[in-house]
Design a protein around this ligand. Structure first.
Ligand code: ADP
Length: 463
């Protein structure tokens, strides 16, 4: 699988890369400019030197050739490095070389041009600029050659290049840090939208994403998502309403069917086949009635605001009631039901008595259903300073670890083939809703084939 970079990392890389490339181009342009300027200066120096020598030689036309050679030698030694020569048009020297360096220098051949010529030569492994400057003296065309080493220029250029390269790591660091900072700032609203979107589920579809008044793409994205949530909420509400209406309206016909079947069963004239069929109808309509009741409970749960008005009730009494309902069933199924309600007779929590009893009943009923007889079911009520905890523990078939996160979902049944028990998968969803309504935490721990424990911790109502 290819690992994708986050947007901020990609923006940082782009920002750093573009900044770095721009800086490299700028550096290269500066380097070329510097090189050009330095070469121009060298050219100017040589041109000026040639001009001065020409002035000197032509100033006194009456000077003897020897005197002129003397003047030329003195001038060459006084200016620069003594690297100059004067040639005739036929390529011979007009005067002897002024210095040994000039004599040993590999002067290029004359080009006989009417204008100054500028070129490069190498001597003893070093580069030189050479100027060929034409002038005339006493009617004769002469060519002054003057040379200057490139080494000075190269030193400056090399230093510039070193500085340029040395600043690369610093520049990369600054540009990356700048890029990261800017991208984080730009993407901060995305993080906010993501966090909000993550907190929205089917239970709080009325929540909306924060919309920043920025007029940019992120504002449009948040508004579009909110419009989509609006549509989803409407659709889900319609489905909930349909479930509530359908389960409510079906209750009448189902209970009518059951009553009619029960009355018919009492008829002594009915033959055995009819009695069996009628008994099946009674049994199935009883199951359908329970399912409809559960559906209606959840449909109502969806409609009720989470902060419904609750009153102080005795949790110990609700647990005891549920256990009383469970005792005959335990006897029928040959289970041992052990109940330990603690020393406290009154354990007040803020809630609704019937709902609390139902919650405990769902847990005990499940323990009965998923524990092969004879099994052992323990129901305990314990209290601490701020909490009252109801624990229902069995030594039944347990729940596979992979199913544990989903057992509170509506209609979820952990592999029904494991226990030949019928059910709708709504019991724990109702239990969870009742727990949430009471601000209680419901948790489960289970070992497959080793038993299951449900714990519900309620905040105590302290006057
Ligand atoms: P059901 O109508 O199937 O009992 P519930 O919502 O009450 O629906 O439970 C969901 C699933 O959780 C059950 O189908 C069962 O697989 C598992 N379960 C619940 N309680 C227990 C328990 N005490 N022991 C083993 N499995 C359980």
């Amino acid at each position: 699988m290819t690992r994708r970079w986050s947007i901020s990392l990609r923006l940082t890389a782009w920002f750093g890369g573009i900044f770095f490339l721009g800086w490299l181009l700028f550096g290269a342009a500066m380097w070329l400019n510097l090189k050009h300027t330095l070469t121009g200066e060298r050219y100017l120096t040589l041109t000026r030197r040639a001009g001065r020598l020409e002035d000197l030689l032509t100033a006194n036309q009456g000077e003897s050739p020897k005197g002129r050679a003397q003047q030329f030698a003195e001038f060459a030694k006084a200016t620069g490095n003594g690297l100059c020569e004067v040639y005739r048009a036929n390529g011979s020297r007009a005067w002897p070389s002024p210095t040994p360096a000039a004599q040993a220098f590999p002067w290029p051949s004359i080009r006989n041009s009417q204008h100054d010529q500028f070129r490069q030569v190498r001597s003893a492994g070093e580069g030189y600029w050479v100027l060929e400057h034409p002038f005339s003296m006493g009617g004769e065309n002469l060519y002054l050659l003057a040379a200057a080493p490139e080494s000075g220029n190269q030193l400056v250029l090399a230093r510039f290049l070193t500085g340029l390269l040395a600043s690369i790591p610093v520049l990369l660091l600054i540009s990356s840090a700048g890029g990261y900072f800017l991208s984080r700032r730009a993407l901060l609203p995305v993080d906010r939208i993501t966090a909000s979107a993550r907190s929205i589920s089917i239970t709080n579809l009325s929540k909306r994403l924060p919309v920043a008044n920025s007029g940019d793409e992120l504002q449009r994205l948040a508004e579009t998502c909110n419009a989509m949530l609006e549509r989803l909420e409407t659709a889900v509400n319609r489905i909930k309403q349909f479930t509530a209406d359908a389960s409510h309206d079906l209750r009448g016909p189902i209970s009518f069917t059951r009553t009619v079947a029960e009355v018919a069963l009492r008829n002594p004239a009915a033959d055995s086949d009819s009695r069996r069929a009628l008994a099946d109808i009674v049994e199935e309509s009883a199951k359908a009635a329970v399912l409809l009741e559960d559906l209606l409970t959840l449909a109502r749960a969806d409609a009720v605001q989470s902060d419904a008005v609750l009153a102080p009730v005795n949790l110990a009494a609700a647990v005891e009631d549920a256990c009383e309902m469970a005792r005959p069933v335990a006897g029928e199924r040959h289970h041992i039901l052990s109940v330990a309600l603690g020393a406290e007779k009154i354990v007040n929590v803020l809630g609704d008595f019937a709902s609390l009893r139902r919650l405990v009943w769902v847990l005990i009923d499940n323990a009965f259903k998923y524990t092969p007889s004879p099994g052992r079911i323990d129901v305990r009520l314990t209290t601490s300073n701020h909490e009252a905890t109801v624990t229902v523990c069995d030594n039944g078939i347990g729940i596979p670890q992979t199913d544990l996160p989903r057992i509170f979902d509506r209609f979820y049944r952990a592999d029904p083939s494991r226990s030949q028990v019928e059910g709708s998968g709504l019991g724990l969803a109702i239990a969870k809703w009742i727990a949430e309504m009471h601000h209680a935490d419901i948790v489960v721990s289970s070992v497959e084939h080793g038993g299951t424990t449900f714990r519900v911790a309620f905040p105590l109502f302290l006057e």
